[in-house]
Design a protein around this ligand. Structure first.
Ligand code: LLP
Length: 396
């Protein structure tokens, strides 16, 4: 069985490319796995990080599974509410929340703001006072823990712009206590994304334990600990590993964190929830022989999936329609191609020197593991149209 056998290629022929295709069954299986992994732990709360994919159909399925939402903008808060997430399960993060976004969150009475600086805390207090509200806040602390992931998606090191420095934690909590319209209920952390080295999570847990000891000594008691997101997915073998091990992930915290009685533990996974259920489907426009290389030029470019151009990210690529010759298997004949898009920039490359069956104009090409940070990061650069979207639910 290969990935091409898992996809409804016949139906794809009728759809205009490029498009994202979401396997809703895989998404629902992933959501059931999350529910199963938290079923024995009453104080565990999962907020899906909407930034990974804000497609309304996916959001509705995730809300229906009972997850909360982690939002980073007023637009995401609206999208989450529209999709059916209860406001009481929404958290709102981000280093630069503008006034209208804070007001939107207050109007909906969301569960909690993850606050990243003292001036932001003062502003939330000010806006909440104007509106006659009290805002629940958690302080995002920069724990200076290395996530051992790509530099551009590392967030928990002292030099990153995120969070409040550890030494400022207690003064900031004391300051919050003096503000009439904020209620500081917890701490928030997030060290980075696409984390495959699970040892990073116990390292964060140990750092949280140290900070909690300091809080105890200062007689400060908080009820919520939010450890953010970051669990990685298998971009190399999406078929073999379609569902990440959420039980192991949650356990890597539960085994190391010394939660105080009654404390609630929150997670914000994004990529691990939606990454493997999405594929970007494109057509070969031209097969071009260059001076030294052979190029497959697709009708999808970095405007549709920016991860390879932006982070050097690897997505498995398959030709869904190239037929094997008589008596041959898919792997018998392979040609080495650079798979590129049509955008007028040399970074518009999905993969270099990869083996694929001999391909031709019109073949359907799939870029897998594209459910997270794919559609949601698409742009209209070069006046291109945004990619279309289809789901497996349309076929049933
Ligand atoms: N919580 C916070 C505060 C975050 O900043 C993020 C992601 C998450 C949760 C969700 O992390 P996840 O579980 O998805 O790793 N565009 C990049 C990823 C950027 C991640 C930004 N923050 C990419 O395509 O790899």
């Amino acid at each position: 069985m290969t990935l091409r056998h898992h996809l409804p290629t016949e139906s794809f022929q009728a759809w205009q490319t490029p498009f994202y295709y979401y396997d809703m069954e895989l998404l629902r299986t992933t959501l059931r796995e999350i529910q199963r992994a938290c079923s024995n732990t009453e104080n565990l709360h999962v907020h899906y990080a909407v930034k990974a994919n804000a497609n309304p159909k996916l959001l509705a399925a995730i809300a229906a599974a009972g997850l909360g939402a982690d939002c980073v903008s007023g637009g995401e808060i609206r999208a989450a509410i529209d999709a059916g997430f209860p406001a009481g399960k929404i958290v709102f993060a981000g280093v630069g929340k503008s006034d209208w976004e804070i007001r939107t969150a207050l109007e909906h009475d969301i569960f909690c703001f993850n606050v990243e600086s003292m001036p932001e805390l003062d502003n939330i207090n000010h806006l909440a006072a104007e509106m006659g509200h009290k805002a629940r806040v958690a302080l995002r602390i920069n724990p200076n823990v290395d996530a051992h992931t790509h530099k551009k998606i590392t967030t928990g090191m002292a030099e990153n712009k995120f969070g409040i420095a550890m030494e400022d934690m207690i003064p900031t909590i004391r300051h919050a206590a003096e503000l009439p319209c904020v209620d500081c209920i917890g701490l928030h952390f997030h060290i980075g994304s696409q984390i495959l080295d699970l040892d990073c999570f116990p390292a964060l847990a140990e750092r949280i334990n140290e900070l909690q000891d300091a809080l105890d000594a200062a007689d400060i008691h908080l009820t919520h600990i939010n450890v953010g997101g970051g669990l990685g997915i298998d971009y190399e073998a999406p078929l073999e590993n379609p569902v990440p091990s959420f039980a192991e992930y949650f356990d890597s915290f539960l085994r190391h964190l010394k939660l105080r009685p009654g404390q609630q533990l929150h997670f914000e996974p994004g990529r691990s929830v939606v990454g493997q259920c999405g594929h970007l489907i494109s057509r070969v426009l031209y097969v071009k022989q260059g001076a030294t290389k052979q190029f497959l030029i697709l009708d999808a470019g970095f405007t549709d999936l920016i991860r390879p151009a932006m982070y050097g990210a690897h997505h498995v690529i398959t030709n869904l329609t190239a037929s094997a010759g008589e008596g041959e298997t898919d792997t018998d004949r392979r040609v080495t191609y650079d798979v590129v898009g049509p955008i007028c920039e040399s970074s518009d490359v999905f993969a270099t020197d990869i083996p694929l069956p001999p391909s031709q104009r019109g073949d359907l090409i799939a870029l897998h593991s594209a459910g997270a940070y794919g559609e949601v990061m698409a742009s209209t650069y070069n006046c291109r149209a945004l990619p279309q979207v289809h789901t497996s639910d349309e076929l049933s």
